[in-house]
Design a protein around this ligand. Structure first.
Ligand SMILES: [Mn+2]
Length: 377
C-alpha cells in the first residue's frame, strides 16, 4: 500500500469517528471552567477531568501560609491525607492510601449525591466541604513525620469556619497507617477535650508499647498497634471508648485484654454481628459513647479481605461492606468531631478497585454523620 492511500484511509477513518452526540448538560465542576464557548462546546464539567480530589470536591490549599491570594478560604469539614506507612507491622503501602481513596471516590459527584436511603444530599446542606490534599510527611523519620502531621492537623483545624454558627472545622483523615490517628486525636483533644473513640478494626491497637515494638526502642514503640495505648497515656481519649469488628489474636493470655480495658475500651467481636445483627451493634456503640464527643476511626481491615484485600494486616472472618455502612449510618445523631479511614494500601487491590471503592463510601458515611450533626466546641 502506498503512503497516499494509507493516509486517505486514515483520514476516512478519522471522519468515520466524528459522531455527533446530543448535548449533555454540565452536572458538576470542581474547578471554575468555561461554560459556553463561541462554538457552543460545553467544557464546564466532567466527572473524570481535572485533578483528583475526594468526591470531586474543591481543593483548598489549607496549609498555605498567611492570607491573600494563597489563603485557602473558609470551610467547615476538611479532607486531609496522611501518607505515612512506616509504623506498620506487616505489609507497607498505606502511604498511597489517600491517593487511592480519592481515585475510588471519582464516581461521587456532589451535584448528584442524593442518598436513596435518606433522600438527602449532604453536599447541599449547611457545610462547606473541601479536600486539603495531603500533609507533607517525611518517609525517613517517623518521629518527625508524626510531628509534621500534628502540625498539619493544627493548621487545618485552626482555620475559620465557613458557617459562622460553628467555630471549629472538623477533619476526616485519609490514612496512612493507623499510627496517623494519634495526630488526629491530639488535634481533637486541643479543640474538644477527651473524646470517646469508636474504633472499627480487626485488631485492638491498644498494645502496650512494652509488648509491641517498645522492646526494641522507644521509637519503635510508636506504631499502628500501640497508638491507642499512647492516646490513653496522653489523656486524649475517654474510658467510654469501644472497638468493633475485633477478631485478630492477642499476644498473651491475659495482659493485652486487661490492658485494653484500662485504656478505656469495651470490645465487640466480628462474629457478634451474627447474634446481635447490625441493629444490635449500633445500639451497643451508641450506648457506650452516649453523651460524649466521638471520634470514629475506621481501619479498613475491619472488613473481610473479600471486601478489602488492599490492606496491611488482613484478617479473615470480617464484616461485609454493606454491614459496615449500615452500622456507620446507624450512628447518626452522635457528636462526631473527627474521623478517619486508615490502612488502605492500594498496591494490594484488585482491578475492580474493591478496597478503594469501599473506603471512599466509608468516607462518605463519615461525612454524612458530620453534616447531619453539627457540633460546637
Ligand atoms: Mn488498626
Amino acid at each position: 500500500m502506498n503512503v497516499l492511500i494509507s493516509l486517505a484511509l486514515l483520514a476516512a477513518s478519522v471522519n468515520g469517528r466524528d459522531i455527533v452526540f446530543p448535548s449533555v448538560a454540565g452536572y458538576q465542576t470542581p474547578f471554575s471552567m468555561q461554560r459556553n464557548l463561541d462554538d457552543g462546546v460545553d467544557i464546564s464539567s466532567a466527572k473524570f477531568a481535572g485533578l483528583t480530589t475526594f468526591a470531586n470536591l474543591p481543593y483548598a490549599h489549607c496549609l498555605a501560609a498567611g492570607a491573600g491570594a494563597d489563603a485557602p478560604g473558609q470551610y467547615d469539614i476538611a479532607i486531609l491525607g496522611a501518607p505515612f506507612d512506616t509504623g506498620v507491622t506487616a505489609r507497607p503501602g498505606a502511604r498511597y492510601g489517600p491517593g487511592g481513596i480519592r481515585l475510588g471516590s471519582r464516581r461521587i459527584v456532589p451535584e448528584m449525591a442524593y442518598s436513596v436511603y435518606t433522600g438527602k444530599n449532604i453536599f447541599k446542606e449547611w457545610a462547606k466541604i473541601v479536600d486539603c490534599g495531603d500533609a507533607p510527611l517525611t518517609v525517613l523519620d517517623n518521629t518527625l513525620a508524626l510531628k509534621q502531621l500534628d502540625a498539619a492537623h493544627k493548621v487545618v483545624s485552626g482555620r475559620a469556619t465557613n458557617n459562622t454558627e460553628y467555630s471549629v472545622p472538623r477533619i476526616v483523615t485519609l490514612g496512612g497507617d493507623h499510627t496517623t490517628t494519634l495526630s488526629a486525636l491530639r488535634s481533637t483533644f486541643h479543640h474538644w477535650g477527651p473524646v470517646s473513640v469508636i474504633h472499627f478494626d480487626s485488631h485492638i491497637d491498644t498494645w502496650d508499647p512494652k509488648v509491641l515494638g517498645g522492646g526494641i526502642s522507644d521509637y519503635a514503640g510508636v506504631n499502628h498497634g500501640t497508638f491507642l495505648h499512647i492516646a490513653h497515656e496522653e489523656g486524649l481519649i475517654r474510658n467510654t471508648s469501644i472497638h468493633a469488628g475485633i477478631r485478630a489474636p492477642v499476644a498473651n493470655k491475659h495482659y493485652d485484654l486487661r490492658n485494653d480495658k484500662s485504656c478505656g475500651f469495651d470490645l465487640i467481636t466480628a462474629r457478634a454481628i451474627d447474634r446481635l445483627t447490625p441493629e444490635g451493634i449500633i445500639r451497643r456503640l451508641k450506648d457506650r459513647v452516649a453523651g460524649t464527643k466521638v471520634y470514629i476511626s475506621v481501619d479498613i481491615d475491619v472488613l473481610d479481605p473479600a471486601y478489602a484485600p488492599a490492606t496491611g494486616t488482613a484478617e479473615v472472618g470480617g464484616w461485609t461492606t454493606r454491614e459496615l455502612l449500615t452500622i456507620l449510618d446507624g450512628l447518626d445523631g452522635l457528636d462526631v468531631i473527627g474521623a478517619d479511614v486508615v490502612e488502605v494500601a492500594p498496591i494490594y487491590d484488585n482491578p475492580g478497585e474493591t478496597t478503594t471503592l469501599a473506603a471512599s463510601e466509608v468516607v462518605l458515611s463519615l461525612l454524612t454523620l458530620m453534616v447531619n450533626r453539627p457540633v460546637n466546641s
